[in-house]
Ligand binder design. Structure first.
Ligand SMILES: Nc1ncnc2c1ncn2[C@@H]1O[C@H](COP(=O)(O)OP(=O)(O)OP(=O)(O)O)[C@@H](O)[C@H]1O
Ligand SMILES: [Mg+2]
Length: 242
């Protein structure tokens, strides 16, 4: 299997005038192979989102580097293969859900004929068919989350980065996200999942990594775990951090 993600000695400190600097990511390294659903776990503030932002090139590391598909993330070929659901999705609020997806499909270079096919399919997939004509400003938290997932999937990505994708979703939405992740994996693609929903992580992830206080503690194959992920989390992270 091909190596899709290679993170090498990544380090990031947030520095602000007048306040103490925070080491958010401290010299972490790991690899993710094609077809894996890789769960990135750890308590609030452990450094998961920062790691993701570094991997995607939205933040610049103090040291270390990330390679996706063997290349740097600013390579357009790499960018075209990525889907990303951010921790806090924000959109053009004056557009409808349908217009937003169509707009992003256009940005991906998808022609009008294809867009007219893909956008309705995506609205159905993410369960927003009935809300497609509503302005995004009127969307609920879960509806925004669904839209974010739809936008991330439009370019049929080879790797999908998800930062808390089930936050705010109803139980049907959670099952939808699970099925989408599994479908992507069945297509031989790769998923990188930041999540606190351990029951979902257990169902979809092939491997998990634990971050604690900016450091990567350990990675585990989910199929080889001898205890529940929750028990493992509590044992590794410690009750004081829950
Ligand atoms: N923009 C920022 N400026 C300064 N400090 C930041 C910034 N973003 C994050 N941090 C700090 O960096 C550390 C790691 O934060 P990060 O958001 O990566 O954690 P996380 O593991 O994603 O947490 P959560 O599970 O709550 O989403 C925390 O101490 C946080 O306060
Ligand atoms: Mg986070």
């Amino acid at each position: 299997m091909n190596q899709i993600i290679k993170v090498n000695s990544l380090r990031k400190t947030y520095k602000k005038w007048g306040s103490k600097s925070v080491i958010a990511v401290d010299n972490i390294s790991f690899e993710v192979m094609q077809g894996e659903v890789f769960g990135f776990l750890g308590p609030n503030g452990a450094g998961k989102t920062t790691t993701l932002l570094l991997m995607l090139g939205f933040l610049t590391p103090d040291a270390g580097e990330t390679k996706l598909f063997g290349r740097k993330v600013d390579d357009m070929k790499v960018r075209s293969k990525i889907g990303y659901v951010p921790e806090k999705p924000t959109f053009h609020k004056y557009l409808t859900g349908e217009e937003l997806l169509s707009f992003h499909a256009e940005l991906y270079g998808i022609n009008k004929e294809q867009r007219d096919k893909i956008v309705p399919e995506m609205l159905k997939k993410i369960g927003l068919e009935n809300d497609k004509k509503k302005k995004i400003s009127t969307y609920s938290r879960g509806m925004l989350q669904r839209l974010s997932l739809g936008q991330a999937l439009l370019n049929n990505p080879d790797i999908l980065f998800l930062d808390e994708p089930t936050l705010g979703l109803d139980p049907i939405g959670i099952v939808d996200v699970r099925n989408i992740i599994l479908e992507i994996q069945q297509q031989g693609k790769t998923v990188f999942l930041n999540s606190h929903q351990l029951s979902e992580v257990e169902k979809v992830c092939t491997r998990v990594a634990f971050m604690k206080q900016a450091k990567l503690i350990e990675t585990y194959k989910v199929s080889e775990l001898k205890e529940s992920l929750e028990d493992l989390f509590v044992r590794i992270i410690g009750r004081d951090k829950l």
